[in-house]
Design a protein around this ligand. Structure first.
Ligand code: DX5
Ligand code: ZN
Length: 217
């Protein structure tokens, strides 16, 4: 069964604590926190202060997805704020190896992220350094977009490399994930599913978390 990572991008910011406690109680293992810098992606979201504020209210794994140009600038801040996983886009820095090293040195699990237009070969040299690979299944920047099915082949490609080389990183998918689209992702080897609008833009978010899990039993 896949692990579920609700994305607070679609949560109620005024009632963030109740929303987080609800998904925690519902059995979500990971909380996905989308950092947007208005540069790598057009939107602005939130910074390390939010991670620091969220840290004491949940034991869920805090998964910080940095949609930030030159993420090296902020790795320390997010580590200090209490992130468990920090994800950096290979497209956002000429120094992906150094960025992942910085995350590792800060005592946080390093994650590398690839956009839909980026091939798996672009991250192959750093796969031995990461605890998680995030395969974007939409172009990053906004919640509520349509799942891009062409990304599924990359999940399978990563899973094959993982098995061939004996790596044990998680494979996370992000964007347009629901109880339908998650099935092919899980079959291809995804182990963590981010879900934003599917969970939070629903009358019963708890049943949506269960639906994603049940679809991958
Ligand atoms: C998109 C973000 C996602 C977003 C997913 O750029 O990285 O984490 O919150 O939202 P949904 O699940 O609605 O596509
Ligand atoms: Zn994300």
């Amino acid at each position: 069964m896949i692990k579920v990572a609700p994305s607070i991008l679609s949560a109620d910011y005024v009632n963030l604590q109740p929303d987080i406690e609800m998904v925690d109680k519902a059995g979500a293992e990971v909380l996905h926190i989308d950092i947007m810098d208005g540069n790598f992606v057009p939107a602005l979201s939130y910074g390390p202060g939010w991670v620091k504020a969220i840290r004491p209210i949940t034991k869920m794994v805090l998964d910080v997805h940095m949609m930030v140009q030159n993420p090296e600038r902020y790795v320390e801040d997010f580590a200090k704020a209490g992130a468990d996983i920090i994800g950096v886009h290979v497209e956002a820095t000429p120094h992906i190896h150094r960025a992942l090293q910085m995350i590792q040195n800060a005592g946080v699990t390093p994650e590398v992220v690839i956009n839909p237009g980026t091939p798996v070969s672009a991250i192959e040299p750093v796969l031995d350094m990461v605890g998680q690979v995030l395969v974007m299944t939409v172009n990053p920047g906004f919640g509520g977009q349509k799942f891009l099915h062409s990304t599924v082949a990359k999940i399978a490609e990563l899973d094959a490399i993982k098995k061939a080389k004996g790596y044990d990183f998680d494979i996370e998918v992000d964007g347009g994930v629901n109880d339908q689209t998650v099935v092919d992702c899980a079959n291809a080897g995804a182990t963590v599913a981010v879900a934003g609008s599917y969970v939070f833009n629903a009358d019963d978010p708890v049943s949506r978390i269960n639906a994603v899990k049940d679809a991958t039993k």
